[in-house]
Design a protein around this ligand. Structure first.
Ligand code: DCS
Length: 481
């Protein structure tokens, strides 16, 4: 009997080969345990509202009114909603062609794209063109659209940091391209050494790969580092020399927990470098409503901005976006609100600032609590989370633990994370899901559990870890990198 197209054996191999660890074996086991009634702390996904973060009031008021426009006709509406939220809802409805139930232009609502361009101009101090901004269903869809335009086949390579967020590895394998890794230096606070980049490109070329683009994640996921301006310059110069498109994943730009290296966008650095580089390097920058202090992951709003992309290519990207008709319209409004929040003097300003500051300050404290907690554990070392939403400690697994993992048929860090899950209910992602150097092991947690629960979580982690290390210990003690 011949196979049908959707029989497993006959599926597209690219689909079968694609791995996405954030919802992998650990997540599945955690879901099973939850069904059995065990309390699970899901720290595997950067999904703030799922861990109790409350939505910001103002944007929800605006979108609620856009979803239920008949409320705007209610004479009592001013008693429930502040006047600035009402005005904003009317503004966004006027930008649509039939409210939230109508498709928008496939690139997004022109009025919202204009607001995004104004935000970028304020942020960077350089002009931004709404025609070169496309709104997307989360940053993920934008990344997929762009990689789809770049990858022509197996010989096309994309430089991706290792460790990396598996959206990149998964999409590259789905599209049948080749991931070209460049390693971040853990002992240099996950810094990026341009010499490593050169080596990676040379090696890929010697294997007949055409390296076409480079991904940076700034601030880093899972590694949490913030790239310095000097580092960004080196990267842009490298992309210019090697004729690579730079994909700047900047979804964590509001999530910064130190003051030495504030976020600086790739676009700003590129513009500051001046001609010819500023006119040469093709750059796509991505952003989202899922992160920052918004954390509106379920709304699926995002955008990308294109710099130095020829008009005919922009037309092609528009054509491809049109196949999916329209990004979510309510998510576009969230994006509009994210890039133009209440201003000083607006009725909702104080509340908005109170709420957003409260979230960011608490994240900053949680980043510190987690790093310190991990560093107090036996055989665990952890760089400080400078930005983003994750902690990525290195777990120095004793050889006996590695042997036990082999016997159990598990990758060593998966073995460790499964034991951690069973013992404590803490659901993490093993480092192998993000890539790491040979023989080195990590895990990733988000820093998102509620602040008041954090001490207990770290205590329970420490208890598990230190017992695990004694059980499998071979006396190499607390080594530091
Ligand atoms: N880029 C990076 C670096 C991310 O971490 C994520 C999400 C995305 C893009 C895509 O986000 P949206 O599609 O929601 O805009 N991070 C995932 C993660 O590691 N945990 O949760 C989601």
């Amino acid at each position: 009997m011949s196979l049908k197209a959707l029989d497993y054996e006959s599926l597209n191999e690219n689909v079968k080969n694609c791995q996405y660890a954030v919802r992998g074996e650990l997540y599945l086991r955690a879901s099973e345990l939850q069904k059995e009634g065990k309390k699970i702390i899901f720290t595997n996904v950067g999904n703030p509202h799922a861990l109790g973060q409350k939505p910001l009031t103002f944007p929800r008021q605006v979108v609620a009114l856009c979803q239920a426009p008949f409320l705007l006709d209610d004479p009592n509406i001013g008693m429930i909603f502040p006047a600035d939220a009402i005005a904003r809802a009317k503004h966004y409805l006027s930008l649509t062609s039939g409210g939230l139930g109508a498709y928008s232009d496939s690139r997004g609502l022109p009025g919202v794209r204009k607001e995004v361009a104004e935000f970028i101009e304020r942020r960077d101090g350089y002009p931004s063109d709404p025609e070169l901004i496309f709104l997307t269903d989360g940053a993920s869809k934008g990344v997929m659209q762009i990689l789809n335009c770049i990858i022509r086949g197996q010989k096309d390579g994309i430089l991706v940091p290792v460790p990396q967020y598996p959206l990149y590895s998964a999409t590259i394998s789905l599209l049948g391209g080749t991931l070209v890794p460049y390693y971040l230096e853990e002992s240099e606070n996950w810094g990026l050494d341009v010499n490593n980049l050169r080596q990676s490109v040379a090696q890929a070329r010697s294997q007949g790969i055409t390296v076409r683009a480079m991904v940076i994640i700034n601030p880093g996921n899972p590694t949490g580092q913030c790239l310095s301006e000097a580092n960004l310059r080196e990267i842009l110069k490298f992309c210019c020399d090697e004729r690579l498109v730079l994909l700047g994943d900047e979804v964590y730009q509001q999530n910064i927990y130190q003051d030495e290296r504030p976020f600086i966008s790739s676009k700003k650095v590129l513009m500051e470098m001046g001609a010819p580089i500023s006119k040469e390097v093709q750059l796509i920058s991505f952003h989202t409503v899922s992160k920052g202090y918004w954390g509106e992951c379920g709304q699926r709003g995002g955008y990308f901005e294109m710099t130095n992309i020829p008009p005919r290519t922009v037309e092609e990207i528009y054509k491809v976006a049109s196949i999916a008709l329209s990004p979510n319209v309510s998510a576009q409004i969230f994006m509009g609100l994210m890039v133009s929040p209440p201003k000083p003097g607006d009725i909702s300003y104080d509340q908005f600032v109170r709420e957003s500051k409260g979230i960011l300050e608490s994240l900053r404290r949680r980043a510190r609590m987690m790093t310190d907690g991990f560093n107090s554990c036996k055989n665990v070392v952890c760089n400080f989370t400078e930005g983003a939403m994750y902690s990525f400690p290195q777990i120095k697994l004793p050889s006996k633990a590695i042997q036990a993992a082999k016997q159990a048929g598990k990758v060593p860090d998966v073995f460790y994370c499964l034991k951690l899950l069973e013992a404590t209910g803490i659901s993490t992602v093993p480092g192998s899901g993000f890539g790491q150097k040979e023989g080195v092991f990590h895990l990733r947690t988000t820093i998102l559990p509620a602040e008041e629960e954090m001490p207990e979580i770290m205590e329970s982690f420490k208890k598990f870890n230190d017992e695990f290390m004694s059980q499998y210990g071979d006396n190499f003690g607390y080594s530091r990198m």
